[in-house]
Design a protein around this ligand. Structure first.
Ligand SMILES: NC(=O)c1ccc[n+]([C@@H]2O[C@H](COP(=O)([O-])OP(=O)(O)OC[C@H]3O[C@@H](n4cnc5c(N)ncnc54)[C@H](O)[C@@H]3O)[C@@H](O)[C@H]2O)c1
Length: 252
């Protein structure tokens, strides 16, 4: 049984995890943390980390970047590992997370879906095989409430492709502002926002007279919640280090 403190408990993702955990006897949410403590759950929800007396194996965080400092302080004080799923962290905050992971285990992934992590694996292979004969464009689509663009996942895909190449790629977000032909070394990254789209990521390899498209669509937020719960189970008892979905997939 993995005991969890759920940060962002009363948000959309927090509530999906709450529902899944209620049906799963391998995980138990023993407390929640949220700035909104209105919602009623089967477990207590606090708006201050200092009020939490319950002892958990892992913290799962689906909240907001503004909550990072107090969360890390609590994790350090109680030696509780963290599954960090919140997106939109600044470079400085990611640095803090890395630093924190030297003492406490941290699992960090902009996309907790196993399917997306398989997609990253496949596109890196495709990029290596196709070399620079194909132009790579990433198109991501999300609902109209999403604030950050492009998505953390689109950037993670682009970074993984770039890291696998001999020359780092140039990321191009805004063709509207330039008047020149596409360079060989570019990866175009495009964000589409509308309606209730949960999350789509498509990588297009466009060559001479042929196109290869590799695409992942999430039909509900459950895929991220399932991944985060698996990450929490994976992280339980781990001493220190920065882990991600690749480590989880390799451990299966
Ligand atoms: N990594 C992934 O796979 C993945 C998947 C889905 C969503 N997310 C990310 O998770 C986060 C939450 O998503 P959501 O759709 O549930 O959003 P949401 O707005 O519905 O929920 C966020 C919750 O966090 C609470 N909150 C805000 N600031 C807080 C703070 N400082 N401390 C504690 N709680 C705070 C809010 O009151 C709210 O209940 C976002 O950053 C989102 O991008 C990540």
């Amino acid at each position: 049984m993995t005991k969890v403190i759920l940060s962002g408990a009363n948000g959309k993702m927090g509530q999906v995890i709450t529902r899944l955990a209620a049906e799963d006897d391998k995980i138990s949410i023993i407390a929640g943390k949220d700035i909104n403590v209105e919602q009623k759950n089967d477990y207590p929800v606090y708006d201050d980390w200092n009020q939490i007396t319950e002892k958990a194996d892992v913290i799962i965080d689906f909240s907001h970047p503004s909550g990072l400092d107090s969360l890390l302080e609590y994790s350090q004080k109680t030696h509780t590992p963290v599954v960090m799923a919140t997106t939109g962290l600044s470079e400085e905050q990611i640095g803090k997370l890395r630093e924190h992971s030297k003492e406490t285990a941290v699992f960090f992934s902009a996309n907790m879906s196993l399917g997306i992590n398989l997609l990253i694996d496949l596109v890196v292979r495709a990029a290596k095989i196709l070399e620079d004969n194909f132009d790579i464009e990433i198109i991501e689509k999300h609902h109209n409430q999403k604030i950050d663009a492009p998505s953390g996942t689109a950037l993670a895909i682009a970074n993984a492709i770039s890291a696998s190449r001999s020359t780092p790629s140039e990321f191009v977000y805004d063709r509207h502002s330039v008047r020149k032909k596409r360079g060989k070394n570019e990866i175009g990254i495009h964000a589409v926002r509308g309606g209730t789209i949960v999350g789509e990521h498509e990588v297009m390899f466009a060559g001479t007279d042929e196109i290869i498209e590799i695409k992942h669509s999430a039909a509900s937020k459950e895929v991220f919640a399932v991944g985060a719960i698996r990450a929490a189970q994976f992280l339980k008892g781990k001493k220190s280090g920065l882990y991600d979905m690749k480590d989880l997939v390799n451990s299966l």
